[in-house]
Write a protein that binds this ligand. Structure first.
Ligand SMILES: [Zn+2]
Length: 457
């Protein structure tokens, strides 16, 4: 598209809203062409890559948006969207293609909000996690009787029941002690999961993601973890109890950001079901084991929710413009949530990056870790928190920090190597990293490494 005088831009935006011609269902080849086209239109801010192949050999393409595509910039958070994990739930796939076109066009139009979004975060979009299932569903077409046709991958496996189950491990640790984050995978995990699941796990382990949403259909509600209830095996999969994570308030807020920015999700009554505020805890709706959102939370730094976006899993093409308008603001606002809370660098006394340092917030039994550049991101609601950074061989450092409603609060840590067990650490004033108050502690054996924090923040 040629550059247009800026006076025409409002018209351009308007025409985008009313032009249904771009709204259609995209079969696999069409999807790939569309992704390449967006990349070619915005080559400076996009990168198209694949994370692996489906059972039938289709590439799982990801379109990345960033002002430096392909590069993690320290202190710039990473966020992802995943669509079409269930092959027959197709709205998310189409919305993510629309979103990709929208981000590209609005960046070119110098829309300040989109400029900021792409300059301040790195966005990864996987429109279809299950391209094989999609082709089966699409061959059948919209609104037919085969409600579940194409849901599973080509091996007949439901990918949202295919991730390693870490919940049982976490519930045990919560009771008896043990890690509350980055729970390890079984040694043979790669042989236990499907190719699509394996690709996604390797993908999310390779990036220090902060926030994510997984787009589904069949209901209209924003669903937050845990999906698996504590009493899953006793009460069966249906109508089990609320199973909150230690970050329950935060997850509810993230889910509400989506539901209230959505055209009608927040109204609660949709598809014959009622969800107050248009949100639900996963397990309190129905418990499911080995789902993707629980896995993200328990194995990585990524906070993921699951968005159910349409009553009809395969809406008719004519419904797509309305769906896009109903979801567009929500999709953007949710991405903007990646800047909530605190972030910063964890460095040693020589200002070297400390990777894998553990950041704990008193009162929230879920830690996060610093990435390979030494930066960390901790989503938090506004409030005052006691935050501790720890790394093996270093004295932990604790600060009190107030998080406001707008933008992240920068909290850097500079950890001193543990010298000896004998003398209390007295640091020379002015040697630290900045103006943050710093409270050093005497190293106490290894107790702090695994102890969980309890009590009010
Ligand atoms: Zn689904």
């Amino acid at each position: 598209m040629p550059d247009l005088p800026s006076a025409f831009l409002p018209l351009l935006l308007l025409s985008k809203l009313v032009a249904p011609v771009t709204f259609r269902h995209h079969r696999y080849d069409d999807l790939v062409r569309t992704l390449y086209r967006v990349h070619n239109q915005c080559p400076d801010i996009t990168r198209l890559y694949n994370i692996g192949r489906s059972v039938k050999g289709r590439y799982l393409y990801v379109l990345e948006f960033s002002d430096h595509p392909g590069i993690h910039e320290p202190l710039e958070p990473e966020v992802k969207y995943v669509g079409n994990m269930h092959g027959n739930e197709v709205l998310g796939r189409e919305l993510l293609l629309q979103l990709s076109e929208f981000l590209c066009e609005e960046f070119r139009n110098r829309n300040p909000r989109i400029l900021r979004l792409i300059q301040d975060a790195r966005i990864h979009i996987l429109p279809s996690m299950n391209p094989d299932g999609y082709e089966v569903a699409a061959a059948q077409g919209p609104s037919t009787s085969g409600y579940l046709v194409g849901r599973n991958n080509a091996n007949g496996v439901d990918l949202n029941r295919n991730f390693p189950d870490l919940n049982t491990y976490f519930y045990y640790n919560e009771k008896y002690g043990g890690p509350n984050h980055h729970l390890p995978l079984p040694d043979n995990w790669k042989s236990q999961v499907e190719p699509e699941t394996r690709a996604v796990i390797q993908w999310i382990r390779s990036l220090n993601l902060v926030l994510s949403a997984n787009l589904h259909g069949g209901a209209v509600v924003a669903n937050y973890p845990y999906d698996k209830s504590l009493d899953h095996r006793f009460r069966g999969p249906h109508r089990t109890s609320n199973s909150p994570t230690p970050d329950d308030q935060l997850f509810q807020t993230l889910a509400k950001v989506y539901s209230y920015a959505h055209g009608w999700m927040h109204q609660g009554w949709n598809c014959g079901d009622y969800f107050p505020d248009g949100i639900t805890n996963g397990a309190s709706w129905y418990s499911l084991s080995k789902g993707m959102q629980d896995f993200n939370y328990l194995h990585t730094n990524c906070f993921e929710i699951t968005l159910e976006l349409s009553c009809n899993k395969f809406p008719r093409q004519e419904e797509l413009p309305r769906e896009w308008l109903g979801n567009r603001e929500a999709l953007i606002q949710f991405l903007e949530q990646v800047h909530q809370g605190i972030k910063g660098m964890v460095l040693d006394e020589n200002s070297n990056n400390l990777t894998g340092a553990v950041i704990s917030v008193t009162g929230i039994n879920h830690d996060v870790t610093s990435g390979e550049h030494g930066d960390y991101f901790r989503l938090l609601l506004p409030g005052t928190y006691t935050v501790t950074a720890k790394a093996p061989g270093y004295d932990p450092q604790t600060v009190t920090v107030t998080v406001g409603p707008a933008g992240p609060t920068l909290v850097n840590f500079q950890l001193n190597r543990s010298t000896s067990q004998v003398h209390p650490v007295q640091k020379a004033p002015g040697r630290g990293q900045g103006s943050r108050p710093k409270q050093s502690r005497i190293p106490k054996k290894k107790d702090t490494a695994t102890k969980r924090h309890r009590g009010p923040a």
